[in-house]
Design a protein around this ligand. Structure first.
Ligand SMILES: [Zn+2]
Ligand SMILES: [Zn+2]
Length: 293
């Protein structure tokens, strides 16, 4: 049996390393974007779009892609992308293999919850940062394709969305990059490791397959919890529209309620209402208390 783990990954990189083959994948992706219900391109249409004069050379490259990345479309003579081909071209178009243009720094209309200093945003070396002068704040990677043709404000909202999705997967024990197993855990920080004195613990997951490490503030683990979402909603706030760096409970350190087994409490308050969520050592919410009840 062959699985993802047995697949030869150099093959995918070899594909991306050749201009004609990438052009074929892009042409099929463009066609699908224009005509989602009729995505197939015939051999001659495809060759015309790619612009290769030599039919033999074109055929050689198409052949290399066939089976794994490109396939015949049903009964027709046309070609379409396979799901793997779509993945490769999506990654190419996202710019996952490129280095984007740096942006910012730009002022953000929010202050740091840790120290009160103003926050500023920038995109440098493929990383979005919303931080204060002391380095507190938010960081996440974003490929150039996420930044291109977007205003910095839109880039920030997108980075926030992506971070939430990633953390949701990580809390479930799934690597957000390769989807391998990544056991979630809460780790206690020594005093000299703490980004801030209140940050006694961090959420950390390390993928057993690719080694991708997610590390974030414990409060981030509960941003999408229904008790939190509904508390904000009752106060007329759609918490999805609030970036994590504007959520006070994320920046505030959790309250340690027990060491063995580990129990951490995150307090979320909106107006006079509050909800206290207790997490165990795997970042699972084990208790929710509403006040006033
Ligand atoms: Zn700060
Ligand atoms: Zn992984």
């Amino acid at each position: 049996m062959s699985g993802v783990a047995d697949a030869d990954p150099t093959e995918a990189f070899e594909i991306v390393d050749d201009g004609t083959r990438v052009a074929i994948l892009r042409a099929l992706a463009e066609r699908r974007a224009e005509h989602p219900r009729d995505p197939a391109l015939s051999f001659s249409e495809l060759r015309k779009r790619v612009g290769t004069r030599d039919s033999g050379r074109f055929n050689y490259h198409l052949d290399r892609l066939r089976g794994r990345f490109v396939e015949k479309h049903g009964e027709s003579d046309g070609y379409v992308l396979t799901p793997s081909g779509q993945k490769v071209v999506s990654a190419v178009l996202a710019g996952a293999y490129e280095r984007g243009e740096d942006r910012g720094p730009m002022e953000v209309d929010a202050d740091c919850f840790v120290c009160g200093a103003p926050l500023s945003a920038e995109y440098v070396d493929g990383m979005v940062r919303v931080t204060c002068e002391h380095g507190h704040g938010f960081r996440d990677t974003a490929p150039p394709g996420a930044v291109e043709d977007r205003r910095m404000e839109e880039v920030l909202m997108l980075a926030d969305r992506v971070a939430r999705q990633e953390i949701e997967l990580a809390v479930e024990g799934v690597c957000p990059e390769c989807f391998g197993p990544a056991p979630p855990s809460i780790v206690s920080l020594d005093e000299d490791e703490r980004p801030h004195e209140d940050t006694t613990h961090l959420f950390v997951s390390v993928c057993e397959r690719c080694g991708m490490t997610s590390a974030t503030l414990v409060g981030c683990c509960v941003v999408r919890h229904p008790a939190v979402v509904s508390l904000y909603y009752e106060h007329g706030i759609d918490v999805r529209e609030r970036p994590v760096w504007e959520l006070g409970f994320v920046a505030e350190g959790p309250v340690v309620e027990g060491e063995d087994p580990l129990r951490l409490r995150v307090d979320v308050a909106v107006g006079d209402d509050a909800v206290a969520l207790t997490l165990d050592g795997t970042a699972t919410v084990v208790d929710v208390e509403r006040s006033p009840a």
